[in-house]
Design a binder for this molecule. Structure first.
Ligand code: RIB
Length: 306
């Protein structure tokens, strides 16, 4: 059964350098490239590359990369009929620095993503019946995320929310609308108000998120692994060991892999393994969507790492 991603579409402007610049520092970098990104679009492409039917709902702007971004989604087998071209703004852009360790810094200028509104919810609502899951992130306005989650819940569609970029005060009404919440360490810390960087702190964070109303908390601890709890069932899944080149979109790949597995009827523990494998593979290559694994590479990796 197919999946919908409702969220951001960006063009990424990427610079690589020995380290991430500190305030006031001018740094000589190695390289620059431009590539399609955006947390929503990355999740959609991650799912499409695993061979699962996927539809994107979102906005690009009139000028600045819009056709390129739509063409790129279509080339990757993401349905784009519901990507609206907003004549009033430019497309979303992300300025990304990546260092020698593969760590990044990202500044997102929302552009058209910031204009997502009730009209888009209307188009989304038409598509929801019969879908397996709706994937959301926080690069579009939070009221639109809440309205989308409400519509999905009404339609009986599973809501998977990546609370990224990190936000401190997410409206409390959002939590009970979420089936699976997938914060990374930074996002989990923002949501619960204490550092989250190991299994113990992830467990405490998950307990709070479950109390707030999410049905399942999946705390992504990067190279350490993933802690998952539904309240009645909790487990830790170690990360796959890979040589990290660039972590950009590793979290998006995780969510794509997780949703793809669930749409195929796999269990939650198996879906976490799919997410972890997709995330690990994405970290081995540069760029957001360029780094997302195709099905063949993904299957071979899973078999080779049993
Ligand atoms: O998660 C990575 C993404 O974050 C990048 O592709 C960038 O566009 C920002 O949205």
């Amino acid at each position: 059964m197919s999946i919908i991603v409702f969220g951001s579409i960006n063009m990424d402007l990427v610079a690589t350098a020995p380290h991430l610049p500190t305030a006031g520092e001018t740094l000589l970098g190695y390289d620059f490239f431009q590539a399609p990104g955006g947390k929503g679009a990355n999740q959609a492409v991650a799912i499409a590359k695993l061979g699962i039917p996927i539809q994107m709902v979102g906005r690009v702007g009139k000028q600045g990369f819009s056709q390129e971004l739509i063409d790129n989604l279509a080339t990757n087998n993401v349905k784009t009929d519901n990507v609206f071209v907003d004549e009033t703004v430019s497309s979303g852009v992300a300025i990304i620095n990546v260092d020698d360790a593969g760590e990044n810094q990202i500044v997102v200028i929302p552009g058209a993503n910031g204009q997502v509104n009730q009209e888009d919810i209307g188009r989304l609502s038409q598509l929801l019946p019969g879908k397996k899951a709706l994937l959301l992130q926080l690069e579009i306005p939070v009221p639109a995320v809440i309205a989308a989650a409400e519509a999905a819940q009404k339609a009986g569609v599973k809501v998977i929310l990546d609370p990224a970029p990190a936000q401190k005060d997410l409206p409390e009404e959002l939590y009970p609308l979420v089936d699976i919440l997938t914060p990374n360490q930074v996002e989990a810390a923002q949501l619960v108000g204490f550092p989250v960087n190991d299994e113990d702190s992830a467990k405490k964070a998950a307990e709070i998120l479950l109390e707030k109303g999410v049905k399942c908390a999946v705390v992504k601890l990067g190279a350490k692994g993933v802690y998952c709890s539904t309240g009645t069932k909790s487990f830790f899944t170690p990360a796959f060991s890979v040589k990290t080149v660039d972590t950009t979109a590793a979290g998006d790949a995780f969510n794509g892999g997780l949703a793809a597995a669930l749409s195929q009827g796999l269990s939650l523990p198996q879906a976490i393994i799919w997410g972890s494998a997709a995330g690990a593979l994405a970290a081995t290559k540069s760029g957001a969507q360029f780094s997302l694994p195709d099905r063949d590479t993904f299957d071979k990796f899973l078999i080779g790492n049993r």
